[in-house]
Structure formats: structure tokens, C-alpha cells
Design a protein around this ligand. Structure first.
Ligand code: NDP
Ligand code: GDR
Length: 369
């Protein structure tokens, strides 16, 4: 039992990737349930804690339940020291180089963080003698399905990774299964399909689109450059998905689950809806699916708002993701609240508001990843 627990009887959680989209929502959820939350942050020359600023407490204030520690998933000694010091009841491994396209440019680093990083935590659990007590959540991903073998994708669909990111996460996935079987550790994979929010990183396609829509509506940007418009994704809201992570660690037995909406939509459809929610109707012209295709304001072909840039195409693409969350709904009682339309609308409205409030990230510059 951790020192923190002896004082409060509350559970202690350790989160890697606490500064990311999911880390921030999960922290809010766990704090609301009375947990003490420790998060690992990377040292940066500028602040990288924007998403958790509202949760931050001065460490000098007694009984703070939100604590940050410097660390990095590539640093074995650091990970062992933190796990041993915090001695958490639950560990959520959300830290990752999480951008698929960037993983083609930084494959070795991605493997080190996303694959080896997972193994480092599992070994730290063993080294700290926590194998029998800790519960471990691994942020696995629908990217593991990669090339379409069957749809909808379920817990039994075979994997066929299509990027260095997915290969690294595949190692993480199987390390979790192996440590569960070899050492009886309560370790689970949440195979989560894409989930988004107003806190989504600006270079993922949904946020790139909604930020551009806000900027175009306000005359700060003329045109949005995208890659493959015909990729299809099963998009949910991040807040719903962190609830599933928590549920997976509250069960008697460790089981892997798929978390998805059961709907799929193309990038093209996301664009149409996002512009529509900003009051701009768009239509497509030029040869469909080629770099010659554009979207312009309806009835005004000279006002082009989307162009295609080949640099955003990936060497190998995941064409279609569509998950079946039936097992999680049945066994965990999990259900998503936010629909696709609500997700797009909320992100567009959120980015318009951020722009009006002169949020530097939204006003600042166009993102080119
Ligand atoms: P983000 O990219 O928003 O956050 C990633 C987090 O990992 C950040 O806190 C980042 O820190 C941290 N991180 C990056 N590199 C390291 C490192 N070397 N050591 C320690 N921490 C590091 O991701 P999301 O919140 O969207 O996703 C959370 C997890 O879920 C990731 O593992 C992702 O791969 C996975 N996932 C995400 C899905 C999604 O649709 N969002 C779907 C399925 C899986 P910093 O802020 O300093 O960069
Ligand atoms: P993904 O998310 O690769 O699914 O990984 P991303 O939003 O980056 O891409 C989704 C799809 O959109 C296409 N696309 C573009 N993507 C980006 N980023 N930028 C563009 O300009 C663009 N144009 C078209 C992509 O080709 C792709 O098909 C996310 C991450 O959160 C992972 O960490 C997570 O594991 C998976 O979701 C599930």
C-alpha cells in the first residue's frame, strides 16, 4: 500500500502521457473519483502542460492530490524509480510518440517510446514487487488492424500494422499479454479507435480541419491543405474513451477490449460537416481522389478552401477503420455519449471560440503535418 493511501484511503494512479489529450481527461475523471494522481511530464524548454494547467496545484499546498514528476519512457532507471516511489494502485500508460505520419520519419524513436517504453513499465512493476497489486492499462490502438482484413474490427480480428507507430504499438500489445500470462500481472490492452476533442493535438486531421475552419471563417487563413480525403475512421469523443480505460481496471479479471463507436466516416465527410457547422457550405470539384481535387465555397469556384498536398499522404495507409464495441458495452457497461455530429460541432464551435479569445495555438500559424 502506498504512503498516500495510508493517509487518505484513496487509490493512487500513475499516468504516463498526462500532458496529452487523453491524459488530461483521465486526470479529471480520476480526481473526481477521489484518486491521488501522479503524472509523468517531460522536461521541455517551454511549458508543455497547457491541457492540465487547470488541475495543477502548488506542490507546497498540503494534501494536493495532483502531482507531477519529470520522466521519460526512454529512460529505464527513471521509470523504475518513479514506479517504485509512487507504488501506484493503477498505472495508465498513455505516453507515446502518437503521430502515425511522424513515425515514418522517426521510426526508431517511436519504437523506443511506444514499444520499449511499455516493456520498461512492465519490468518496473516486477522490479518494484508490485506484480500482485498493481493494475496496468496499455493505450493500444485500432492502428494495429492496419490493412483491412475484416470489418467491423473486433477483439478477434487479426492485426496487420501499416506504420512504424503501429509496429511499435504491436510490441506493446503483446508485451502486455505476455506479462499477464507469464507473471499474472493485471495488465490490459484497450484497443481504442480514434477519439478526438477540442484538446486534440493540432496536427491530427480532425483538429487540423476544425482549427482551419475557424481561421478561414475569420479570414485568418485562406486554404487548408490535406492528404487522403477518402480514409475512413471511427471517430469518438476522448472524454467517453477515458471512462472506458478506467472501467477496464475495475474488473475482477484482466481482459482486453475494443472501444469504438461502430460508425465510420471519411475525412471528406468530416470536412463537409466542419465547414457546415461554421456556416460555410462547400462543394468539391476536380478529379475525385487526385491532387487536382479542391473544395470551394458553394456557388463560388474561385473561393477555394481545401487543396490536396501529396506530402500528407502516407507511404502505407490505413484505409478503413470501423470498430465493434459490443463486448465492452456488454461486459463493462460502457457506452459512448457523444455522437459524430456532436463531436464535429463541438470542435468547430470550440475552435471558433478559442480564435475569438486569441488563443495563440489557434491564431498562431497553420500546421503543416
Ligand atoms: P497525445 O499525442 O495527445 O499525448 C501523448 C503524450 O505522451 C503526451 O503527454 C506526451 O508528452 C507524452 N510523451 C511523448 N513522448 C514521450 C516520452 N518519450 N516519454 C514520456 N511521455 C511521452 O496522445 P493522445 O492523448 O491522443 O493518446 C494517448 C495514448 O493513446 C497514446 O499512447 C496514443 O498512441 C494512444 N491512442 C490514441 C488514440 C486517439 O485517437 N487519440 C487512439 C488509440 C490509441 P508531451 O506533451 O511532452 O509531448
Ligand atoms: P491516425 O490520425 O493516423 O488515424 O492516428 P490522423 O488524424 O493523423 O489521420 C487520420 C486520417 O486522416 C488522413 N489525413 C490526414 N492526416 C493528418 N494528420 N494530416 C492531414 O493533413 C491529413 N489528410 C488526410 C490520414 O492519412 C489518416 O488516414 C490517430 C492517432 O491518435 C494515433 O495515435 C491513434 O493510435 C490512432 O488515431 C487510432
Amino acid at each position: 500500500m502506498s504512503g498516500e493511501q495510508q493517509n487518505t484511503q484513496a487509490k493512487v494512479a500513475l499516468i504516463t502521457g498526462i500532458t496529452g489529450q487523453d491524459g488530461s481527461y483521465l486526470s479529471e475523471l480520476l480526481l473526481s473519483k477521489g484518486y491521488t494522481v501522479y503524472g509523468i511530464i517531460r522536461r521541455s524548454s517551454s511549458f508543455n502542460t497547457k491541457r492540465i494547467e487547470h488541475l495543477y496545484k502548488d506542490p507546497h499546498v498540503p494534501k494536493s492530490r495532483f502531482k507531477l514528476l519529470y520522466g521519460d519512457l526512454t529512460d529505464t532507471a527513471n521509470i523504475i524509480t518513479i514506479v517504485n516511489k509512487v507504488r501506484p494502485d493503477e498505472i495508465y500508460n498513455l505516453g507515446a510518440q502518437s503521430h502515425v505520419q511522424v513515425s515514418f520519419e522517426m521510426p526508431e524513436y517511436t519504437a523506443n517510446v511506444d514499444g520499449m517504453g511499455t516493456l520498461r513499465i512492465l519490468e518496473a512493476i516486477r522490479a518494484s514487487g508490485l506484480s500482485k497489486t498493481v493494475k496496468f492499462y496499455q493505450a493500444s490502438t485500432s492502428e494495429l488492424y492496419g490493412k483491412v482484413v475484416e470489418t467491423p474490427q473486433t477483439e478477434t480480428t487479426p492485426f496487420y500494422p501499416r506504420s512504424p507507430y503501429a509496429c511499435a504499438k504491436l510490441m506493446g500489445f503483446w508485451a502486455v499479454v505476455n506479462y499477464r500470462e507469464a507473471y499474472n500481472i493485471y495488465a490490459v490492452n484497450g484497443t481504442l479507435f480514434n477519439h478526438e476533442s477540442i484538446r486534440r493535438g493540432p496536427t491530427f486531421v480532425t483538429r487540423k480541419i476544425t482549427m482551419a475552419v475557424a481561421r478561414i471563417k475569420n479570414g485568418v487563413q485562406d486554404c487548408l491543405y490535406l492528404g487522403n480525403l477518402d480514409a475512413k475512421r471511427d471517430w469518438g469523443h476522448a472524454k467517453d474513451y477515458v471512462a472506458a480505460m478506467w472501467l477496464m481496471l475495475q474488473q475482477e479479471k484482466p481482459v482486453d477490449y475494443v472501444i469504438a463507436t461502430g460508425e465510420t466516416h471519411s475525412v471528406r465527410e468530416f470536412c463537409e460537416k466542419a465547414f457546415k457547422y461554421a456556416g460555410i457550405e462547400i462543394e468539391w470539384s476536380g478529379e475525385t481522389g487526385t491532387v487536382k481535387e479542391v473544395a470551394h465555397v458553394k456557388g463560388n469556384p474561385s473561393k477555394v478552401v481545401i487543396r490536396i498536398d501529396e506530402r500528407y499522404f502516407r507511404p502505407t495507409e490505413v484505409d478503413l477503420l470501423l470498430g465493434n464495441p459490443a463486448k465492452a458495452e456488454r461486459e463493462l457497461g460502457w457506452k459512448r455519449d457523444v455522437s459524430f455530429d456532436e463531436l464535429v460541432k463541438g470542435m468547430v464551435e470550440g475552435d471558433i471560440e478559442l480564435l475569438e479569445n486569441k488563443d495563440i495555438e489557434v491564431v498562431g500559424r497553420q500546421y503543416h503535418e
